[in-house]
Design a protein around this ligand. Structure first.
Ligand SMILES: [Zn+2]
Ligand SMILES: [Zn+2]
Length: 293
């Protein structure tokens, strides 16, 4: 088991449990504080209530030193953290008793930013921090043309190497976000992708995460991007469990209200199938384990 301070809670099914199969916290949600979302925080919270959530963690994008892309303009994926914390504090009070509103953040990891992010966490102790690798060699694979003739295999390996470098460089995260996210942007997506192809480096990433007492997430957006699986692939989740991993949060990575808590029923099945009996949610930087239905 990773570090102390765990709280165990029993799950009880309530009405409407079928859609989310007992997972009642969406731990990865974006709002208009993120450059790539127009959704108001309130619309996302209302959507979470409608989907039967009892907690939501807002995790807007902070990707310092993000490269310049014309369609994004200057200062992409940065925002006023003070205003963000203030806004979410207000909503936490407003929704008290109906929905637990938590203040998280998704850091775009780059090895040279490790100290800066650590400093930010000292200033703002967020409920939950997702550390995500969105860049490969300083470029965003979403803009795949920037990688020229680089094939999928080469791109995926470079992304995993970068991920390993990042998880070694920093402790400024609670869970590593969408581990095999880069596969969404492959020309053939999962055609040349399997856990086994990259087992050497993926195992090292997972061992590092476990060794630091951190977790990973199951990110249900993979399906929205045309994959047949959530990120990461179930083989990685299973391997994480085998290597002693305990902490897995569940997040939709929604940027629009209709995607909040998307596919949570299936996510519960995937987690159980990979050997997990609990999913985790975070409050005040500590994991709370909840039994899967
Ligand atoms: Zn992300
Ligand atoms: Zn995200």
């Amino acid at each position: 088991m990773p570090g102390g301070g765990f709280v165990m809670e029993k799950m009880f099914f309530r009405k409407g449990a079928g859609a989310h199969a007992g997972i009642r916290c969406d731990a990865h949600v974006h709002t208009a504080f993120s450059t790539d979302s127009d959704a108001s925080v309130k619309d996302m919270l209302e959507a979470a209530l409608k989907k039967g959530m009892d907690a939501v963690c807002i995790t807007d994008h902070l990707d310092l030193d993000f490269p310049y892309y014309e369609d994004l303009g200057d200062g992409a994926f940065t925002f006023d953290v003070e205003e963000y914390v203030r806004t979410l504090d207000g909503l936490r009070k407003e929704y008290a008793g109906r929905l637990a509103v938590r203040t998280g953040i998704e850091f775009g990891l780059q090895p040279h930013l490790a100290e800066t992010y650590r400093g930010l966490l000292k200033e703002h102790p967020f409920d939950f921090v997702i550390g995500s690798v969105h860049l490969v060699k300083g470029r965003d694979p979403y803009y795949r043309e920037a990688f020229g003739k680089t094939g999928d295999k080469e791109l995926y390996r470079a992304a995993f190497e970068e991920t390993l470098e990042n998880v070694k460089a920093t402790d400024a995260f609670d869970v590593l976000g969408h581990v095999d996210y880069v596969v969404r942007y492959g020309k053939g997506q999962a055609r040349e992708y399997s856990y086994l192809e990259y087992a050497d480096i993926l195992d090292e990433i997972l061992r590092t995460v476990v060794g630091k007492g951190k977790g990973i997430e199951i990110n249900t957006a993979g399906i929205r991007y045309g994959l047949q699986f959530f990120n990461p692939h179930p083989d990685i989740l299973r391997r994480f469990r085998e290597l002693g991993g305990e902490i897995v949060t569940v997040g939709s990575d929604a940027h629009k209200p209709e995607d909040v808590a998307g596919e949570f029923g299936r996510a519960a099945g995937v987690l159980s199938g990979c050997g997990f009996r609990y999913y985790a949610e975070f409050e005040a930087g500590k994991p709370i384990f909840k039994k899967l239905g």
